[in-house]
Write a protein that binds this ligand. Sequence first.
Ligand code: APR
Length: 234
Amino acid sequence: MMETVASWMKESTSTVVLTGAGMSTESGIPDFRSKSGWWKSIDPRTVASVESLTDDYALFREFYQLRIEALHDIEPHVGHRILARWEQQGYVQLIATQNVDQLHQLAGSKNVAELHGNIVTIRCTSCNKPHSKEHFLNNAVCTYCTNHLRPNVVLFGETLPQDAWNRALNAIQHADVVLVIGTSLEVYPVNQLPMMARGKLVYINLELETHATGFDAVLQGSAGEILTQLDAYL
Ligand code: APR
């Protein structure tokens, strides 16, 4: 099946990659719903929902400060680097990611749509003015209106960035091949994207998730390993 997927990619005039938290676990970042995932120890509604900004801002800020600081010594892994090289070689046209760690960009991918924003850029919750990560990590308030600061991450209950969504939807609807890597496909509306694909749909994941139906190929294993094996056929 690996060789078949590689042949689809070689014949493809447009291949899009959709990634989730499973793409970053080999870099040392926990995912959300695996047994060691974030949501196994924290209720997302208390720290990752739009309500958490007002219900308990201190807890919200502490959660994101922890995640931002955890990124300081994190590197992209071989899988990220392969995807970046495939973009240079013309095998990949766009990466649409649910991840907020910017590891795809750090690995060299240029065409990345951040469907859930990111946690490395900060804005004021009230006047939206940009602030530095350091400001947020030092518990500072907005320098313009003294309100709370927050990362540019999409919280549960918020709409996705229109531009990123449109780029991902348009690319997936026109792609010959869509590689879906490291996502449980639990979260709406990103979990609707694979079914919008008209081309070959490939699922690359550690576990076979119940939501992962209707794929033309399923390659079970770790992202780094599967991408390395696929790369050998290109
Ligand atoms: N290689 C491949 N797959 C992996 C790996 C790996 N190294 N590690 C974990 N996985 C798989 C898990 O088996 C799981 O199916 O990645 C998937 C991760 O699923 P989730 O933890 O649900 O993460 P994700 O699908 O990205 O969550 C979507 O939910 O909480 C929100 O905003 C958050 O963007 C996130 C969204």
